[in-house]
Design a protein around this ligand. Structure first.
Ligand code: BES
Ligand code: ZN
Ligand code: ZN
Length: 494
């Protein structure tokens, strides 16, 4: 039985362990009489204010068939957003997991009364609840917490038919987000490129994707010089995983490329203490792309989507690339290594050039934990979006707003290309100055996509959280899966 479902059950008689009611501070957002009455009784408790983060739990309240009712504050009606609902649903699910419950039913606010779009309300509630229902305990001996087996949303009967495909779509996108989180959370000692490639292949084949994995021999024959150069210092050789969702009659092709550095030590330009922390998450772009492809296959989106995951470990050793080395990339352009810690762009250019040449995609998007500079610019809650394409920027910014995987458009200043010039090779892999590091990194990538419509999304900030939040535990966030999935759904519809 799927975890998510819509229901039009009778609130007075269909018994449930936990009922969750989002409540505004200053306005009624529910249309159901029974819900309104329950809320009026709850409002008699002075501690129940409806402010965000406030919650009241009543046990077996009169008039409602529930063991407990969680009244979750979502703040003032004028400030109500879908993200507030996502957070409230996530928080409630966390409470229920803490109480060792099995199932919950969330009452959806009325679209008319809340001023929010109907499908958006249901999607946000499902997402918050479903994403909070993930517990990363693969490496724990004792499993203390157990996820809920069922999350229902209570809607008026007419919506059951209208929104019939919504739970499965959201469930699929959330399962993929969770899959990406799990991959990111695997410690680097358990995911050398070949192992991670095998793990991704298994999941992808189960979902119905065609999978190709290029090993070091194939990469050498293919001329993937930049990818191989980054992998040269590690005893664990690189891989290029290619996932292909190719439905019959598909007219559009989108290529997605994800940075897959299973551990970024910096190489001979070794990172220092603090900066080495969480570098197992430097494959978050690859995780997001792989998981998005799996969602596209499960939902059988009517466009072709190709995912390319260059997987590599960046290590210092006697066989590692050195600063000053010059490598020949897949596109035949030579690159002088200014800094071995700027490895992400090296593996991406080979995958980008290969994708453009092999699939002639209409659109190519890469996602990468590429630069610390982007985190300095935007913090940890937003991704940097770089694209010369106005329409693609609009599409991605809108997808970011809908999913709350927010992107901020950054400039691709042409004159900064100067900074990437090398005395000896066609390009250098770092800028002549450290200022504007996220921009020079993006400009470097732009040299390898030709005329193809392209966007680069730097997720170095939001890919990984040291601490958990309302609907995401500590660790990999799976940022980018819902964003890319939303974009693909839009492209498939248009
Ligand atoms: N993986 C890092 C970027 C990163 C930093 C991701 C912090 C997540 C959190 C990337 O490979 C890197 O080391 N970039 C360097 C580039 C520099 C050497 C030009 C950086 O940002 O310092
Ligand atoms: Zn690096
Ligand atoms: Zn890196």
């Amino acid at each position: 039985m799927p975890v998510l479902a819509l229901t039009a059950s009778d609130i007075k008689s269909d018994f449930i362990e936990a009922l969750i009611i989002p409540v505004c501070e200053d306005a009624e957002i529910h249309a159901h009489r029974t819900v309104q009455a329950a809320q009026r009784r709850a409002a008699r408790f002075p501690e129940h204010t409806g402010e965000p983060d406030e919650e009241l739990i009543l046990y077996r309240p009169a008039g409602v068939a529930a063991e407990r009712v969680f009244f979750m504050g979502v703040g003032k009606r004028a400030d109500l957003t879908l993200e507030r609902l996502r957070a409230a649903a996530g928080k409630a699910v966390n409470r229920c997991i803490g109480k060792k419950l099995q199932e919950v039913r969330i009452i959806a606010p009325s679209a008319r009364k809340s001023g929010l779009p109907q499908a958006g309300i249901l999607t946000a509630l499902f997402e918050g609840a479903r994403l909070a229902n993930h517990i990363h305990d693969a490496y724990k001996g004792e499993k203390k917490k157990h996820p809920l087996s069922r999350i229902e949303i209570q809607v008026p009967p007419r919506l059951l038919g209208q929104m019939a495909d919504l739970p499965n779509r959201v469930e699929t996108a959330c399962r993929s987000t969770i899959l990406a989180r799990e991959w990111i959370n695997i410690p680097a000692n358990d995911k050398p490129p070949a192992t991670l490639a095998r793990t991704v292949r298994e999941e992808a084949e189960t979902a119905g994707l065609s999978v190709t994995v290029l090993d070091e021999t194939a990469l050498t024959e293919g001329g993937f010089g930049a990818l191989l150069a980054v992998g040269a210092g590690s005893v664990n050789p690189p891989r290029l995983v290619i996932l292909d969702h190719h439905p019959e009659g598909a007219e559009r092709t989108v290529a997605l490329v994800g940075k897959g550095v299973t551990f970024d030590s910096g190489g001979l330009n070794l990172k220092t203490g603090d900066n080495l922390d969480n570098m197992k998450a430097d494959m978050s772009g690859a995780a997001a792309v792989g998981a998005t492809l799996i969602a596209a296959a499960r939902l059988d989106l009517p466009i072709r989507v190709v995912g390319l995951l260059p997987l590599v470990e960046n290590m210092p050793s006697g066989s590692a690339i050195r600063p000053g080395d010059i490598v020949r990339s897949y596109a035949k352009k030579t690159v002088e290594i200014g800094n071995t810690d700027a490895e992400g762009r090296l593996i991406l250019i080979d995958a980008l050039a290969y994708a453009v040449e092999t699939y002639s995609p209409e659109i190519i998007i890469d996602m990468a934990t590429l630069t610390g500079a982007c985190v300095v610019a935007l913090g940890e809650k937003m991704a940097g979006l770089f694209t010369p394409d106005e329409d693609l920027a609009k599409l991605l910014l809108a997808a970011g707003d809908r999913t709350h995987e927010r992107c901020w458009r950054m400039p691709l200043l042409k004159d900064y290309k100067e900074l990437l010039k090398s005395e000896f090779a066609d390009l250098r892999n770092i800028g002549a100055t450290r200022w504007g590091g996220a921009i020079t990194a993006a400009l470097f990538l732009s040299e390898f996509v030709g005329e193809t419509r392209w966007a680069h999304i730097d997720i170095a900030g939001p890919a990984y959280f040291r601490k958990g939040s309302d609907y995401c535990g500590a660790g990999g966030t799976g940022f980018g899966v819902r964003l890319l999935h939303d974009l693909l759904e839009t492209l498939a519809a248009g």
